[in-house]
Design a protein around this ligand. Structure first.
Ligand code: BGC
Length: 819
């Protein structure tokens, strides 16, 4: 796919800048609300609207009013190892953004998988800078092909969530260059992003929004980045520090360190107006690019033609599924794909098989129009008599936002009880930030919000109810008040902790399956709760009747025994993987491990599907016939799963990150700062580089993944700047192989280097018997290291072994090159 040529907007930008007074300029650099910059009609500038990102485009409201296509998690996209697929994902998202009036997508997230404990692991691509950079570049190109801007984030080293607003990550210059900056550099160089988002955290003593060295000298100076830098939300902390440190736009607004505060600083002589002008120029260039500045055409006059979002979501899901184990089942051949002639009855098991977790939590949340669960997907693909379903184990010991069986709206009233407005709700979670309120409602007039509606119980028994959030609440179910009181949360904590943190149970009600009841949660707004912008954030929580865990497992075991094959879907929960906090272990929540063991003990054809955005321990993995890593598979995940289990499609994924056997084996397990500092003591050794050095074999190696056909690597022709690999599909069906190229230095040299690293890759499809040839470039950078003394890249000459591999631990051919 060809790149879009970039028009030069210099004249238009200068003319617009020249027509602006200082106050207008500084207003333009500050959010006017949660998601947008002010319009400046005097220069024909429309309001620039931004929105999260990365798996869909939420739009300027945190509601389900205007649903979004939800693609699989970034880990899944990266697992396809295909920058062109990422580009197609980006093009779809641009189409979504345009539909919703969004000019800039707050994505992609290209921080690295430093530790599997990182709470936003699911939202990042990989532990490897080369893979991350290539996927991120494909994504950025795609979004910008559609004329929509990106903000590559979070610049830089927002690799964990604990104390993310303040943590000072101490990282050696070489490590920064070779690992954490590398994806940003590759994306800037190859995809020319129109934006970058400055992270919350500090790096080596300077908060990122003020990091003059990294923002001005490295990103802009060395790499030639010509886009705008926006703060992460609420990350801009000082007026002069941020502006002179390179930050162009402070979000959200209206209360920011820019705007009037910036104008005052210029007038006081603390900041030269020329520095403001430089930032304004960059915002105006962005506006011109996205078509929000009158008088000049947008960078993309004609965005790509309509893309079918559901079809692409399904394709990315099966392209990203990683089949890590596929054993032979006696009398049946390989466990997957399931052969319908021999497998007539499938027992589908697991809470997540019915209530799939299709996306991770936090700002990446979008509200899809539909969700195809594994149960939906398999039910559609199989005759009724072929499928049974059992819950087996409930991974959510905690309450979850009211959703399944609920129909809810939010009624907003003033202090006199007068209704100001009403908002539709996707579930029990309300998140109205700044002016993001239902029509007719203002924060000034708003006194109470009542979440009310009906629950049609899916099960009979004692249902659990609760709330999350600050302020006072009255919870009524079926006419009975279950709770009336106030909830206080710790001051000074991450706002996301308050929003997505631990739920509190408030009461129980005995309900009957199928018999509707009225539910109401009345929240009185607490004016004492301060914050940088007015916000209404609380949740009505619900839990299904608790059933005896042993009984549930016994039921599933009976179902598995009666079936020819069992498919168990295991999952993490919202309490495990989300923005705002890190994980503390890698175990599957609840009794899911016991469930898998019990099912596998009675059915040798047990397939486990892992519905998690990041690694979890799979202690039973050698005892089951197949393990398929499904990530957070997006809205069409269940349909894609049926495709793959039944063989209509091949699982196309390869691991973008080493999968640890246990947390203790993972290279980096410390994500909690001490005295505000988090030293990256492991240096260059994260992910597979660390496993290699420690001599530890992970459960599944980086790059590992099985398809439904076999490949023979026939030849490798290696030069210093490219390799050519010929492979042949020796199996019985068409398939796709990801050819991975690793470099291993043969000369030890003076400086410490990993024993091998990924230098390039290509994904190629071939029919049975057919061969395919791929040429994979070896960039000079693959042979360089950062020389801290010279403050420059240095070529490391000598002999290198080049491996053409199916996975890091499965090299098929090798050759030597001299550099
Ligand atoms: C996240 C960003 C996100 C922003 C706006 C922040 O909390 O770190 O990734 O784009 O919120 O939702």
């Amino acid at each position: 796919m060809a790149d879009v040529p970039a028009p030069d907007y210099a004249d238009a930008v200068e003319a617009a800048l020249g027509a602006l007074e200082l106050d207008a300029k500084t207003r333009l650099l500050a959010g006017q609300d949660m998601w947008s910059l002010p319009a400046l009609p005097e220069i024909g500038l429309r309001s620039l609207v931004m929105s999260d990102g990365p798996i869909g485009v939420r739009g300027a409201r945190w509601t389900a009013d205007d649903p979004s296509i939800a693609l699989p998690s970034p880990t899944a996209l990266a697992a396809a190892w295909d920058p062109d697929l990422a580009r197609r994902a980006g093009r779809l998202l641009a189409q979504e953004a345009r539909r919703k009036g969004v000019h800039v997508l707050l994505a992609p997230t290209v921080n690295l998988h430093r530790s599997p404990l990182g709470g936003r692991h699911f939202e990042c691509y990989s532990e490897d800078p080369c893979l991350t950079g290539r996927i991120g570049a494909g994504y950025v190109r795609g979004v910008q092909d559609g004329g929509v801007g990106t903000t590559v984030k979070h610049f830089v080293a927002n690799d964990a969530e604990t104390d993310r607003l303040t943590v000072d990550n101490l990282i050696a210059p070489r490590v920064l260059r070779e690992l954490y900056l590398a994806p940003f550099e590759a994306i800037v160089e190859t995809a020319r992003p129109w934006g970058v988002m400055a992270a919350y955290n500090q790096v080596n003593g300077s908060t990122m929004t003020e990091h003059r060295h990294l923002q001005n000298e490295v990103l802009r100076g060395e790499w030639g980045f010509d886009g705008f830098i926006v703060s992460d939300w609420l990350a801009a902390r000082s007026t002069a520090g941020a502006l002179t440190g390179g930050l162009d736009v402070a979000m959200p607004g209206p209360q920011t360190v820019y705007g009037p505060a910036l104008a005052a600083a210029v007038r006081a002589g603390e900041i030269p107006e020329s520095a403001v002008d430089a930032a304004v120029r960059r915002v105006l260039r962005l506006a011109a690019r996205v078509g929000a500045l009158d008088g000049v055409g947008p960078a993309v006059p004609e965005p790509p033609a309509g893309i079918d979002g559901q079809a692409l979501a399904r394709e990315i899901a099966h392209r990203g599924f990683v089949l890590v184990r596929n054993e032979t089942v006696p009398g049946r051949g390989a466990a997957l794909p399931v052969d319908p002639a021999r497998v007539r009855r499938i027992a589908l098991i697991g809470a997540a098989a019915r209530d799939a977790r299709v996306l991770g939590g936090g700002s990446a949340t979008v509200f899809p129009e539909r969700i195809v669960s594994p149960l939906d997907g398999l039910s559609a693909a199989l005759p009724d008599s072929a499928l049974t379903y059992a819950v087996g184990a409930d991974p959510s010991p905690e309450l979850v936002p009211a959703e399944k069986g609920f129909t809810l709206t939010a009624l907003c009233r003033d202090a006199n009880g007068r209704v100001l407005g009403e908002g539709s709700l996707p579930g029990g979670h309300i998140q109205w930030l700044g002016t993001d309120l239902p029509d007719g409602v203002t924060h000034e007039a708003l006194h109470s919000v009542e979440v009310r509606g009906r629950l049609v119980p899916r099960e009979s028994g004692e249902h659990l109810f609760g709330t999350r959030g600050l302020g006072s609440f009255r919870l009524t179910v079926d006419g009975e008040v279950l709770w009336d009181g106030a909830q206080a949360l710790e001051a000074g904590s991450d706002p996301f902790g308050a929003i997505f943190g631990a739920p509190a149970e408030c009461g129980r009600a005995r309900l009957t399956r199928g018999e509707p009841v009225e539910v109401s949660l009345l929240h009185t707004v607490d004016r004492a709760v301060g914050g940088p912008l007015p916000a209404i954030v609380f949740t009505l929580l619900h839990g299904e009747p608790r059933r005896d865990a042993d009984e549930l497992i016994a039921e599933a075991v009976e179902a598995a025994r009666a079936a020819d094959a069992a498919v168990v879907v295991v999952a993490t929960t919202e309490q495990v993987e989300s923005e705002g906090f890190d994980r503390t272990d890698l175990r599957l929540p609840g009794r899911q491990d016991d469930l898998v063991r019990a099912v596998a003990a009675v059915n040798p054809h047990t397939v486990v599907v892992v519905n998690a955005g990041s690694p979890v321990e799979l202690p039973w993995r050698e005892d089951v016939a197949a393990v398929l890593l499904g990530w957070f598979p997006g809205q069409e995940g269940g349909a894609a799963l049926a495709d793959v289990l039944l063989g209509a499609r091949e699982p196309g994924g390869r691991l973008p990150t080493s999968w640890p056997t246990t947390l203790a084996d993972a290279p980096v397990t410390e994500v909690v700062p001490t005295d505000g500092r988090l030293p990256y003591t492991e240096g260059l050794f994260i992910g597979h580089r660390a496993y290699d050095r420690a001599g530890i074999t992970p459960a599944y190696a980086f790059g590992h993944g099985l398809g439904y056909t076999d490949w023979r690597y026939e030849s490798l022709d290696a030069g210093a700047d490219a390799v050519t690999v010929r492979i042949r599909n020796t199996g019985a069906r068409t398939g796709r192989e990801v050819v991975q190229i690793y470099l291993a230095p043969l000369d030890a040299g003076e400086i410490e280097r990993p024993s091998r690293w990924l230098a390039g890759f290509a994904s190629v499809e071939a029919a049975p018997g057919e061969s395919a040839e791929v040429r994979i470039a070896l960039p000079r950078r693959a042979f360089e290291t950062w020389d801290e003394d010279a403050n420059a890249w240095a070529l490391r000459t000598g002999s290198y072994e080049v491996h053409a591999a199916h996975a890091l631990d499965d090299s098929r051919l090798s050759a030597t090159v001299e550099i």
